[in-house]
Ligand binder design. Structure first.
Ligand code: GLN
Length: 210
């Protein structure tokens, strides 16, 4: 089984570890550079992107994560994790910085105070079956995607209809919502497949020893 880390600086780490395990991965928390070296893929959980950004520096993980991303390691970010994968962040704190991620602009806390948290059905391209029961918690949305970024899902109803909430650029995947909270493992399974495929065709570090 592919070994997938969950960045364990802050946020809903346990939920992602459980979902990844359920989806067939060997999942473990990642807090140190040496732990990062030992994984084939990484999940950046929901939480607070400003805190995750700060702790990434304190734990000396920023550079190693950027390097692994440059080396095509698959990464999936949900909510705050999506923000941490955006080349450009609107309404962020001035000192927050994302990893070298997806060519996109996200707006933090985009859905606004009236709808701080809400749930909506979202269909995801490449995932069969019913739309996801998507849970949004002070979530970002995607305002701009660059060339090479695939839009995988949008909100379909209500005041936010049409907003992009799931994207993929090569081995990088991001959603505004939290599939780890609803017991629907399809998105984690999609990511596990992506990690498997990257390991089969990717650089040596992704294959060695397993
Ligand atoms: N609002 C949070 C942030 O800006 C994200 C919320 C979440 O991950 N549920 O990082």
């Amino acid at each position: 089984a592919p070994v997938i880390g969950v960045l364990a600086l802050q946020g809903d780490v346990r939920e992602h570890v459980a979902a990844l395990t359920g989806a067939g991965a060997q999942a473990r928390p990642v807090r140190r550079p040496a732990e990062l070296d030992a994984v084939d893929g990484l999940v950046i959980p929901g939480g607070e992107s400003t805190t995750i950004s700060k702790l990434a520096d304190i734990f000396e993980l920023r550079e190693p994560i950027d390097k692994r991303i440059a080396g095509s390691m698959p990464v999936y970010g949900s909510c705050a994790g999506m923000i941490m994968l955006a080349r450009e962040v609107l309404d962020g704190r001035p000192d927050q910085r994302a990893f070298a991620g997806i060519e996109m602009t996200v707006r933090r806390n985009a859905f606004g105070r009236q709808v701080d948290s809400f749930e909506a059905p979202v269909a995801i391209d490449g995932v069969d079956g019913d739309p996801f029961h998507a849970v949004f918690i002070r979530a970002p949305w995607v305002e701009r995607v660059g060339d090479g970024v695939e839009v995988l899902g949008r909100v379909t109803d209500g005041p936010a209809a049409g907003r992009i909430v799931a994207v993929r650029q090569e081995n990088l995947l991001a959603t505004s919502f939290h599939p780890e909270l609803t017991g629907d493992l399809r998105l984690h399974a999609y990511f596990v497949d992506l990690v498997r495929a990257a390991g089969a065709s990717g650089p040596v570090w992704a294959r060695s020893g397993r």
